[in-house]
Design a protein around this ligand. Structure first.
Ligand code: SF4
Ligand code: SF4
Length: 465
């Protein structure tokens, strides 16, 4: 049996008090001055230990309360109430919801799979990834238990171009020369961030976590510094500045270089391959209406890995916006029709916020996924975007200790790996390479809705179409 992939986790507390969902409102007016106030009965001693974090202006009543409701229920004059913390409601936006952010914070702290305990409370369906369900028909088979090791489930993927056939000479000697491949134990790489407050600690945390989890982190060419030298085996250098500025020595040391798509990108690939034939080249471009045609043209010309990017909410270019899962399905199907799909590796990025999104993008046809904002959220980012306006970061991300950041990211990725094993186990799939493009094992809300209601003249429930 292959050696089991396991990510070491360790509890890594937040530096700042996390913003919690429920706050406490305790009125003084009308107090009956009971001999035994319910506040004294709090088993967590929340009222006795009450303090104010003057740096964040946070009352510890809101952050230390464990939501047992004992004081709320027992106060005879109903002077204590629980309410949704307004700071919590203000976290993130419609896509990066407070629930998603809180979920990532918890996983980054302890590396555990989030468990809601009381069943699923969300809507039946929604936009984006929520309009897709995976087939969990094998969930009752206890042998398919990847987390606890009773059956090995592989999440390993190869990045690179694959040969469709091998040629041998008359003596049986292999004469085909297979293109270089890079293997990663999890279909996740770390991408460049759409925004961040700067500071090299963030990049170093990404790289350290990439090394620990045996994956890769994409680094802008201009951000590469000499103190990242030891991480070169885990770096995907995004040559978005000027690839000709890269020294031959650097090109020979790197395993992967990413190029922005351009008219002469294949000529650049050839130039780099002459210097280092073992190099794997990614070609990166933004999802759009023409993405299928462009991906097929690149695959035909010899592209090895195509990195398809969406914006932070998973949408492609504005002139023809389509959610990433839907566009990747189109591209995957187009490449199959052109007989090119198995030759090239597809990576999708943008809007990936939860572990289930990784599984869903793979089912839609991506070989692997590049993750960005969740890694920053793992390091306490609140998705307030103040850094995009040059305003100081409320959680001082520019000055983090990279080892602390890497530990939080490692915990998050471990939680995601375990959730991926859960999904695959429940689907009865033991090999993630076989899950790629398995759209027959998923249901898509818009398609079901169309199938059922199109003949009745009823408008769509999601977008009114
Ligand atoms: S709700 Fe429970 S934990 Fe929170 S302050 Fe009241 S008694 Fe303490
Ligand atoms: S917390 Fe706000 S300012 Fe800090 S990195 Fe996140 S989005 Fe930027």
């Amino acid at each position: 049996m292959a050696h089991k992939y396991h990510i070491l986790t360790s509890p890594t507390p937040a530096r700042f008090k996390p913003i919690t969902k429920a706050g406490i409102i305790a009125w003084e007016e009308g107090c009956l001055k009971c001999a035994r106030c319910v506040k004294k009965d709090c088993v967590y001693k929340v009222y006795e230990k009450r303090s104010l974090d003057s740096r964040q202006m946070l009352d510890s009543l809101d952050t230390a309360c464990m939501d047992c409701f004992r004081c709320v229920q027992n106060c005879p004059n109903r002077l204590i109430q629980k309410s949704i913390n307004p700071l919590y409601k203000a976290l993130g936006d419609n896509y990066w919801t407070p629930e998603i952010i809180e979920n990532i914070w918890n996983q980054a702290e302890n590396g555990r799979v989030p468990v809601s305990g009381g069943g699923y409370h969300g809507p039946f369906s929604g936009p984006g990834f929520d309009a897709m369900w995976t087939d969990m028909s094998e969930i009752v088979r206890p042998t398919r238990d990847g987390i606890h090791g009773r059956e090995y489930i592989s999440t390993t993927v190869d990045l690179g171009r694959k040969l469709m056939s091998l040629e041998f000479d008359s003596g049986g000697k292999l004469i085909s020369s297979p293109p270089p491949l890079v293997e990663i134990p999890l279909p996740v790489i770390f991408d460049v961030l759409p925004w961040s407050p700067g500071g090299k600690g963030i990049n170093l945390a990404f790289l350290e976590a990439a090394r620990n989890t045996r994956t890769f982190a994409v680094i802008h060419q201009a951000d590469f510094m000499t103190d990242m030298d030891e991480y070169v085996p885990n770096i995907i250098l995004f040559a978005d500045d000027d690839v000709l500025k890269l020294s031959k020595e650097m090109i020979r040391r790197l395993k992967i270089i990413e190029l922005p798509d351009s008219g002469n990108v294949m000529a650049i690939q050839e130039h780099l391959k002459k210097i280092n034939p073992a190099l794997v080249i990614f070609i990166r471009f933004r999802l759009s209406r023409n993405a299928s045609v462009r991906a097929a043209a690149l695959a035909k010309e010899g592209a090895e890995v195509i990195h398809l990017t969406a914006n932070e909410n998973g949408m492609g270019k504005a002139e023809d916006p389509l959610f990433i899962k839907d566009r990747i399905r189109q591209i995957h199907s187009h490449l199959i029709e052109a007989g090119l799909r198995d030759e090239v590796t597809l990576i999708g990025s943008g809007g990936v916020a939860m572990a289930e999104h990784v599984a869903k993008l793979v089912i839609c046809g991506a070989d692997a996924v590049a993750v960005d904002i969740p890694l920053l959220v793992a390091m306490e980012c609140r998705v307030c975007r103040r850094c995009t306006e040059g305003i100081s970061c409320p959680v001082d991300l520019e000055n983090i200790d990279y080892a602390w950041g890497a530990s939080r990211i490692r915990n998050l990725i471990s939680g995601w790996h375990n959730q991926l094993l859960e999904v695959m186990g429940a689907m009865g799939i033991r090999e993630i390479r076989r899950m790629r493009g398995e759209m027959g094992r998923a249901m898509f809300f818009e398609e079901l809705e169309k199938e059922i209601f199109s003949g009745m003249g009823i408008k769509g429930l999601i977008n009114g179409k």
